[in-house]
Design a protein around this ligand. Structure first.
Ligand code: ARG
Length: 463
């Protein structure tokens, strides 16, 4: 911050005393809202262009303003802009620099506008871009999941409920579950973008403006679908930021659950997957350690994103219409959510293709815990037994196996027949892991053929 030549505050007219030094720093937002500079300048250029077309500025004034703003943008990008805390925020810093640079025409830029509609516009422009970047990153992760699902369409692992062995599934099927969750996440973000794409400019401070502005034209220049219908609503609500945060929290919740699985699966006890060395770290004391830091950190960062959602909801809940300074507090949680979400998605999309599966370990684990017990019950049902009776019979067989320390598929036919005389040689086809997964052969099921079809449909959906 360089405050050597402190320009007057644009609102200083009715004040007789300078702002208290601490209050100045306390109320300033420029340290964090300066990241909106590109959107602020873009909005100002559109506003000036509209003012000129409406005859409120001359074409020459508009052109001087636009080239001044472009020069300021260059200065900011070169790191040479003298940001000043006493000018409070990005809006007043840019406007004041413009007037210093081009003189009186700069003072006309704020005609028919307020920082209230200006900031609401800036955040919407910013979020609109970030959402598209985030959606592209989700897509990249989804593509990685499709590739790994294809590679592991036949790999059998235990499927869990209550983290207890339930039924065999394929690793490919499991990956496609994550694909589907992310597909909904991407859709939610698109919905959010659809709703936020309306333009606050023209609402001015809260009630609109007395100048003959053309809001449709400004909206068109900025790529907004339309001007916001109500000026009070346009400057005061931040529901679009909350909606984005909620969608972001759901993405993080998914990534966190996924992380939890990767952490479990890469442990010596599970040994289902190995993460690439480049995504793990070691221990300074235990030489054998290879820690899954990346998924752990993603799981950890989920907490702050949830927290930001709660912060934004709480920020809004007590505010009467229209704009209140409280709203300045929307930016840090929002920026932090965007940064962390992008970071987590990037690291996941890079990490997933580098996962290797230990098929033998997954198979061995699937052999423990009687994963095919339901298949035996279904077999008995096909032989004519009511399902509840079959459930009971298989339960007894499992208890017998527990005692004998054997899997159902390892019992000789005669021993199986002591539980039900109808059991025949053909039972062994489905007591195997491969038989069990292949039998779940319908849309949404875990059969390798179905998984391949699901992948093909998903690729088609993604286009
Ligand atoms: N820095 C402010 C914010 O982030 C800009 C709007 C200020 N408007 C006002 N009337 N004080 O919300």
């Amino acid at each position: 911050m360089s405050d050597s030549k402190i320009p007057a505050k644009p609102w200083s007219g009715r004040f007789n005393e300078p702002t208290d030094a601490f209050v100045e720093a306390f109320t300033a937002s420029v340290d964090f809202d300066r990241r909106l500079y590109r959107y602020d300048i873009r909005g100002s250029i559109a506003h000036a262009t509209m003012l000129a077309r409406a005859g409120i500025l001359t074409q020459e004034e508009r052109d001087t303003i636009v080239s001044g703003l472009e020069a300021i943008r260059g200065e900011i990008e070169d790191g040479e802009f003298p940001w000043s805390v006493s000018l409070e925020d990005v809006h007043m810093n840019v406007e004041s620099a413009l007037t210093r640079r081009i003189g009186d025409a700069g003072k006309k830029l704020h005609t028919g506008r307020s920082r209230n509609d200006q900031v609401a516009t800036d955040i919407r422009l910013y979020l609109r871009d970030e959402i598209e970047i985030i959606r592209a990153e989700i897509l990249r992760l989804q593509q990685a999941l499709l590739d790994i699902a294809e590679r592991e369409a036949d790999s059998v692992m235990p499927g869990f409920t209550h983290l207890q062995t339930a039924q065999p599934v394929t690793f490919g099927h499991h990956m496609m579950a994550w694909f589907e969750m992310l597909e909904r996440d991407r859709g939610r973000l698109a919905d959010c973008n659809g709703r936020l794409n309306v333009m606050p400019l023209g609402a001015a401070a809260l009630a609109g403006t007395t100048y003959p502005i053309d809001r449709h034209y400004t909206a068109e220049l900025l790529g907004f679908e339309r001007p916001a219908e109500n000026s009070l609503d346009a400057v005061s609500d931040r529901d679009f930021a909350i909606e984005f945060s909620a969608a972001a929290a759901l993405v993080m919740m998914h990534l966190s659950r996924f992380s939890e699985e990767l952490i479990l699966w890469s442990s010596a006890q599970f040994g289902f997957v190995e993460l690439s060395d480049s995504f793990c770290t070691g221990s300074s004391i235990m030489p054998q350690k290879k820690n899954p830091d990346v998924p752990e950190l993603v799981r950890g960062k989920t907490g702050r994103v949830f927290g930001h959602l709660m912060a934004l909801l709480t920020l809004m809940k007590g505010q009467p219409l229209a704009y209140n300074k409280d709203n300045q507090e929307d930016k840090e949680p929002l920026f932090d959510t965007v940064d962390n979400l992008k970071g987590c998605l990037k690291v996941f999309a890079d990490m997933i293709p580098a996962i290797t599966c230990n098929r033998a370990n997954m198979r061995r684990a699937a052999m423990q815990g009687f994963a095919t017990a339901t298949d035996l019950a279904d077999y008995l049902v096909r032989k004519g037994m009511p399902f509840r009776d079959a459930h009971e019979v298989v339960g007894k067989a499992v208890a017998y196996c527990v005692e004998k320390r054997r899997d159902l598929s390892e019992l000789p036919l005669e021993e199986l027949q002591q539980f039900c005389g109808d059991i025949g040689e053909d039972v062994f086809d489905l007591l195997t892991l491969e038989g069990s997964v292949a039998a779940r052969d319908h849309i949404g099921g875990t059969a390798p053929d179905q998984v391949r079809q699901a992948i093909a449909r998903a690729r088609e959906r993604l286009g």
